[in-house]
Ligand binder design. Structure first.
Ligand code: MG
Length: 386
């Protein structure tokens, strides 16, 4: 029996890598659904190659343009934001959640309720609604397999039968493109400079998050919800080579880590095939050619976003949701050259101070808090000249 897969964000970086792996294992996987925002031409290529049953196109113009070029008469073509949920009416075993941002949240929640296997790349799902999703997953039996490289590494080396003997989860961070820049040099960074990551190829938003180290902050929160360890037991260490993807430290002094060349196809393949393993075309890591690996403490003063994430995790309740929403608005404003690079953390900090901290008991709570925080951040950006 082939594993049936629906990919959210099929033309993005995660979706692209997922289909690359599937194309080498067509005997094991069947593509059921693909969702995109705008890139209808790339979707058309994917439809020709993988013959899915259904596609969802969020952008209206892209939808109309796709209708003109599509030749697959059996393909069901959905349109609009609701179709990110409706696509789940088509039977699938697993979803690959590759949509960045809060828009990727609803399909993850719905698929979790339905008890699907979730290959999770969308950070916001756990950051904004971690307690809800883990509760839903327990109830439905849904299995969440992280494809973020750090969490995937931890998933690979975390011995659940010895959970009480785990002393620490250690998330590694490349430090992003500005690791060695001074605060002064970071003042006039342009969007183009910020999206050039030294080790990983990723989308624009996540590349900026990596440059501010908010990415690691979001991953810290994600790790907390995913593996159920308190913030005191989750450390971040800078490891510029991105060879060790994260570690688990045990009380006997052992540290177990997962290593490999930085290529998202490894964690994606792990999730697709779990609990088995499949081959990928990822270049194998030659240990003798690395020679040395380096590690050091993160600089929380130079990278205040990481500190803000720690703070929000200490407060919990709605604080991580506020942090995430404020960051999305601030990063967008930076990419549109409305605010400076160093102002991203200021917008996030001020939004955290202004928004009301309240408990999260439902999806409605998440969406309300997300909305409120976005309004506050937008107002801050429009009022103050950063
Ligand atoms: Mg990561």
């Amino acid at each position: 029996m082939k594993k049936k897969i629906t990919i959210f964000g099929s033309t993005g970086s995660i979706g692209h890598s997922t289909l690359d792996i599937i194309s080498n294992h067509l005997d094991m996987f069947e593509v059921i659904g693909l969702t995109i925002n705008c890139n209808y031409e790339k979707l058309n290529d994917q439809v020709k190659k993988f013959s899915p049953k259904v596609v969802s196109i969020n952008n209206n113009d892209a939808y109309k343009n796709f209708l003109k070029i599509n030749k697959d008469k059996n393909l069901k073509i959905l349109n609009g934001i609701d179709s990110l949920i409706n696509i789940l009416d088509f039977e699938t075993d697993m979803i690959v959640a590759g949509i960045t941002g809060a828009v990727g949240l609803m399909p993850v929640i719905r698929a979790t309720e339905m008890g699907k296997i979730i290959a999770l790349a969308n950070k916001e799902s756990l950051v904004c609604s971690g307690s809800l999703i883990t509760k839903l997953a327990k109830k439905s039996g849904s299995l969440i397999l992280p494809i973020d490289s750090e969490h995937n590494a931890i998933h690979q080396v975390l011995d659940e039968s010895n959970r009480s003997k785990v002393s620490k989860l250690i998330l590694t961070a490349s430090g992003g493109p500005f690791l060695r820049k001074s605060a002064l040099e970071m003042k006039n960074i342009t969007p183009d400079e910020a999206i050039k990551h030294p080790n990983w190829s990723m989308g624009r938003k996540i590349s900026v998050d990596s440059a501010t180290m908010m990415n690691k902050g979001l991953e810290l929160i994600e790790a907390h919800f995913l593996f159920d360890f308190p913030h005191e037991k989750i450390d971040v260490v800078i490891h510029p080579e991105s060879i060790i993807h994260s570690c688990v430290e045990y009380s006997d002094g052992s540290i177990l880590s997962q290593m490999g060349n930085p290529d998202m196809r490894t964690p994606i393949a792990y999730a697709l095939a779990y609990p088995n393993r499949i081959e990928t075309k990822v270049k194998k890591l030659k240990l003798s050619s690395i020679q040395k690996l380096t590690f050091f403490e993160p600089d929380l003063i130079k990278f205040p976003c990481l500190e803000l994430a720690y703070e929000s995790l200490k407060i919990k309740k709605s604080a991580p949701t506020i942090l995430n929403a404020a960051n999305e608005i601030a990063v967008e404003a930076f990419l549109n050259e409305q605010i400076k690079f160093l102002s991203i953390s200021k917008v996030v900090e001020k939004t955290l101070n202004r928004a009301s901290i309240s408990p999260i008991n439902s999806i409605k709570d998440v969406l309300d808090i997300d909305n409120e925080s976005r309004l506050i951040s937008t107002e801050l950006i429009n009022q103050v000249h950063y």
